[in-house]
Design a protein around this ligand. Structure first.
Ligand SMILES: *Cc1c(COP(=O)(O)O)cnc(C)c1O
Length: 401
């Protein structure tokens, strides 16, 4: 399929995919998930949970569908959900958000895309950190903007302040921050966020803060929203989603809030991308956002235990495992196992050990950065993780034979 799309002057006499999208014709998740399926491997590649979210959420959504909430909801989102997002931001992060400044989107993905499309003219620049969530680069390309990706290097995945400063220019429109960070599992410190905010202020850039893992921060730490730092709410679009928090990644209901004029710009782009989404899901998610603290505490505690289970197993199997402070991913270095290329490792892992993972190099503009790094997801049932660990323990033997 890829070959046909890319054939110059293909069946219509012209190349069928615009040049700026040609680097994005396939996603590693589809390839690795297909490989896992073919080989019967345990799929720790793609980050989706293998259990359902809160029963009350599922029941509410089902009742909304049978109860007739099936037509276009209001453009900015169902009022109950916009109010619940504002309430949630106050309850967990101490942020004062006006429900009128909340826009419901088709997942965090659309919120990010609409922000980039609304704020960037062709040639404008978006700064982010690499490795990055894979939609960032494709979205920036769709907008005809230019991605400047500042490296996050192991073991801490902290950025180099000089490299970050050097990435700014008079054309910088957006700094796209993701904390807790996928794929590295890093959580940006107050000092790092402050430094990013100061540069954004100096260069007149908007901060777009992807916080979909806000409730997955471990070891007693708390999530720190970009907008909670002094002065930053005035230039920050904060984005999150129900997908990760409530284990409903297939629902694609997210939101963005920020200063009224920025949200209005995002809404202008959003309304012609999808117009609206998820009418029956929105009120159900509104109710779920008000679940008691115990739900959120159990979510983080359960994932922390899974992180520890998988980390211990990977270390026992010979991997270098970097610290994970948040999200549901750990990054490993497979150089210790004698591999020089993480992608090559991932193509062979299902056959060697019956487990699938994804190479970090695919999340990088500069593939050399993540050459020997491999990401594993731990948002799976304990018995699945235990079985994966058991299989991985045979990796050394499989490689020797
Ligand atoms: C999963 C994920 C998203 C996408 O969220 P949706 O609500 O499914 O669109 C965005 N950013 C990061 C970092 C993610 O891991």
């Amino acid at each position: 399929m890829t070959a046909a799309v890319l054939r110059p002057g293909g069946p219509y006499g012209w190349a069928m995919l615009v040049e700026r999208m040609r680097p994005f014709t396939s996603t590693i998740f589809a390839e690795m998930s297909a490989l896992a399926m073919r080989t019967g491997a345990i799929n720790l590649g793609q980050g989706f949970p293998d259990t359902d979210g809160p029963p009350s959420l599922l029941a509410d959504a089902a009742a909304n569908i049978t109860g007739g909430l099936n037509q276009y909801p209001p453009g900015p989102g169902v009022p109950a959900l916009r109010a619940a997002v504002a309430e949630h931001q106050h309850r967990f992060h101490g942020l004062d958000v006006d429900p009128d400044d909340v826009l419901v989107t088709t997942g965090a993905t659309e919120a990010i895309a609409a922000a980039v499309l609304a704020l960037c003219d062709p040639g404008d620049e978006v700064i982010t950190f690499q490795p990055y969530y894979d939609s960032y680069a494709a979205t920036v390309a769709l907008a005809g903007a230019v991605l400047k990706a500042v490296p996050l290097r192991p073991p801490t995945f902290a950025f180099d302040p000089d490299e970050l400063r050097a990435a700014f220019s008079s054309r910088t429109r957006i700094v796209l921050v993701n904390t807790p960070h996928n794929p590295t599992g890093a959580v940006f410190t107050a000092e790092q966020l402050t430094f990013i905010g100061e540069l954004a202020t100096e260069f007149g850039a908007v901060l777009v803060s992807d916080e979909v893992y806000e409730h997955m921060v471990f070891d007693g730490a708390a999530h720190m929203p970009m907008a909670s730092l002094p002065g930053m709410a005035a230039r920050t679009l904060t984005i999150s989603s129900a997908g990760k928090t409530f284990s409903v990644t297939g629902w694609k209901v997210g939101w963005v809030h920020g200063p009224a004029e920025l949200v209005a710009a995002v809404r202008a782009a959003k309304q012609y991308l999808t117009y609206v989404s998820g009418a029956p899901f929105q009120p159900a998610i509104a109710a779920a956002l008000a679940l008691p603290d115990s739900f959120y505490a159990d979510l983080a505690a359960g994932l922390q235990r899974k992180r520890d289970l998988l980390t211990a197993g990977l270390r026992a199997a010979g991997f270098i495992v970097y610290p994970c402070a948040g999200t549901y991913f750990v990054v490993t270095d497979v150089a210790a196992l004698g591999f020089v290329d993480g992608a090559d490792f991932c193509w062979r892992l299902p056959e060697l050990a019956g487990v699938a993972a994804v190479p970090v190099s695919v999340f990088c503009t500069d593939p050399a950065l993540g050459r020997t790094l491999v990401r594993f997801a731990f948002c799976k049932r304990d018995e699945v993780l235990s079985e994966a660990v058991e299989r991985l323990s045979g990796l050394g033997r499989a490689m020797a034979s």
